[in-house]
Design a protein around this ligand. Structure first.
Ligand code: FEO
Length: 387
């Protein structure tokens, strides 16, 4: 695939994968991107997943047209990109690895060698010439590992963005960018909003025409759209108006209350109501929705003096990703000692700027007149701004 006259795509599509990073379902597979810059010197940008070494090396051979690569530039040592470093170095004994000190330390851990006699160590802000193309390295720690750096080709104005601006899904499947990029970002990088903000500030000083991420499509148009979404996500801002209800239910009574509640929200003018059954939906999708919308309602049974296990997992998923700046409503259910509301607040105690609704719904086994009135009051409180 042609990116610019000198930059070619040599990545691969993975449709065999069951869970990306051992936990994320990827119904449309995954792409591991890699690029070649053909100049006086030839540089390869990252490798691919371990199952695709032969295909990747064949893709590389095809664009080299008999030339040999001079450099392998390693931006990220996670194994979906780094697995084939040793294979590459074996195949091209004249090549040199270009990366930073932290990455070389990890290389040694993964491969037992960091190619001491064939390495160039670069610093944050340093530049590297391939001839016509001058590359500038920008360290991006924790986007998404500590050794990550991105690379700006000052000649073609291309940002090689490592995991940044990546998404789930192979490149031979057409799908909307936002949804699977959001699920990818919130799931994988969501905790590191501050670090992404730092990177965006540096990126704002560059004239970027093309973004080449390590996953997902090469972005060539309307870059403001993607940059804006990354700004919202990394600052924990609200992307879409609406209310998301995340619930668990054992015998269906909490579910019935949630269905009634969702209808009320719609009737009261809420522009979008999203309902996620945490035991049955994709947990990563539910977490993504929590970050997308400004308001959330958590509905759950009391269980082992806490909350139902799927709700526990969900709340942990929010807290560990620095969930913040949201309005939170609670519907708790319990047949003898409801205490889900207390547990929810404890589990989210580290989250900043959560605004809990005054009205809490407490259901004793099934909705009755009292809890139905609480449900109405909570809906009213959440929807007053929509009137
Ligand atoms: Fe795509 Fe952090 O690896």
């Amino acid at each position: 695939m042609f990116i610019t006259n000198d930059i070619k795509y040599i990545g691969v599509n993975d449709h065999k994968i069951d869970l990306f990073e051992g936990q994320y379902v990827v119904p449309n597979g995954m792409a591991y991107n890699s690029y070649v810059i053909l100049d006086e010197k030839v540089a390869v940008m990252d490798t691919v997943d371990q199952n695709f070494g032969d295909e990747w090396l064949a893709n590389l051979e095809a664009v080299l047209e008999g030339r040999k690569p001079d450099y392998l530039i390693v931006q990220h040592m996670e194994f979906d990109h780094a697995a084939n470093i040793a294979n590459f170095m074996e195949k091209y004994p004249e090549a040199t690895v270009v990366s930073n000190a932290r990455a070389f330390k990890m290389m040694k851990q993964f491969f037992g060698t960091c190619f001491e006699d064939r390495q160039i160590v670069v610093d944050d802000g340093s530049t590297f010439s391939l001839g016509k193309h001058v590359l500038a390295f920008v360290f991006a720690p924790m986007v998404h590992w500590p050794e990550v750096m991105v690379t700006y080709d000052t000649t073609d104005k291309v940002l090689f963005a490592a995991d940044g601006f990546g998404k789930f899904g192979a490149l031979d499947v057409e799908e909307e960018w936002d949804c699977e990029a959001r699920r990818y970002y919130i799931g994988i990088v969501g905790k590191y909003g501050m670090q992404v903000q730092n990177l965006l500030k540096k990126a704002a000083t560059l004239d970027i025409q093309i973004i080449c991420p390590l996953h997902g499509p090469v972005l060539t148009e309307n870059l403001g759209h993607y940059l804006n979404l990354y700004d919202i996500w990394s600052s924990y801002g609200v992307e879409s108006e609406g209310i998301v209800i995340a619930y668990t239910s054992v015998y269906g009574n909490t579910k019935k209350a949630v269905e009634k509640f969702a209808k009320k929200l719609e009737e009261k003018g809420c522009p979008k109501v999203v309902v996620n059954d945490l035991a049955r939906c994709d947990m990563a999708e539910a977490i993504e929705d929590a970050f997308r919308y400004g308001k959330i309602v958590l509905a759950t049974t009391t269980y082992n003096s806490g909350v139902f296990p799927f709700m526990h997992t969900f709340l942990n998923g929010l807290a560990e990703r620095n969930y913040q700046k949201r309005t939170v409503g609670i519907i708790e259910n319990g047949s003898w000692a409801p205490q889900a509301a207390k547990t929810i607040k404890n589990l989210l105690s580290e989250c900043k700027e959560l605004n809990y609704c005054e009205n809490v719904v407490t259901i004793n086994s099934a909705l009755d007149e009292v809890s139905a009135a609480q449900l109405e009051a909570l809906a009213e409180e959440l929807c007053k701004e929509y009137k």
